[in-house]
Design a binder for this molecule. Structure first.
Ligand code: GRF
Length: 206
């Protein structure tokens, strides 16, 4: 059974897609135990509350040191019996202590075809602006394992779409987001069903 924690900072549409997939039976053997956000006003916390899921505001700003914040985060994850962590629009770096405690059990979604268009500064509309500026023919979304190297962990699932000549960062972002909502629940299902046995598995969705 996957006991999931979702960490997010904003809107929460990926979490919503996953919660819906769990609710309607598309992901057996998984439950979201807690949603944690560094942003008290984040939509993701409201969605959690609306679904009867524990919603926790936790920011490193509330603690004197990063170590204390991580202690608190680990205690909260442990307290909710979490064994799997989803990053869904989480704008904070996850420290190596947490990554180590949940090795190969933390995944993230990125709105581009990694390893391209990842790393520092590549978030939100910057990603789609960079894709358009470099005249890419395709973009898409990637679910990957989170390790110490930003946006560089093993790829679990990827799906591509065409970049249209008339695309702006906004129109491309909207189409990529639809892909995210498709592949993130599917990736969670793959972990919950035991299909992902090792993080080196590479899978491309048709
Ligand atoms: C998504 O585009 C995701 O790829 C990126 O942050 C955004 C989060 O959106 N990491 P939402 O909060 O899930 O709506």
């Amino acid at each position: 059974m996957l006991n999931i924690a979702v960490l997010g900072s904003g809107r929460g549409s990926n979490f919503q897609a996953i919660a819906a997939a769990i609710k309607d039976g598309r992901i057996p053997n998984a439950t979201v135990r807690v949603v944690i956000s560094n942003n008290s006003a984040a939509g993701i916390l409201e969605i959690a509350r609306a679904n009867g899921i524990a919603a926790v505001h936790m920011s490193d700003k509330q603690f004197a040191t990063r170590h204390q914040f991580d202690d608190h985060l680990l205690a909260s994850l442990g307290g909710h019996s979490v064994n799997f962590v989803l990053l869904a629009g989480y704008m904070k770096q996850v420290s190596s202590r947490i990554i180590d405690a949940y090795r190969n059990r933390i995944i993230n979604i990125h709105p581009a075809l990694l390893p391209k268009f990842g790393g520092k500064g590549m978030y939100g509309k910057h990603v789609h602006e960079a894709v358009i500026a470099s005249r890419e023919k395709v973009s898409g979304a990637t679910v990957h394992i989170v390790d110490e190297e930003y946006d560089r962990g093993a790829i679990v699932l990827q799906k591509q779409i065409e970049v249209e000549p008339a695309d702006t960062a906004e129109t491309l972002a909207a189409r990529v987001l639809q892909v995210e909502h498709e592949i993130y629940p599917e990736a969670v299902r793959m972990f919950a069903s035991g299909e992902v046995m090792r993080p080196t598995l590479f899978h491309t969705m048709k």
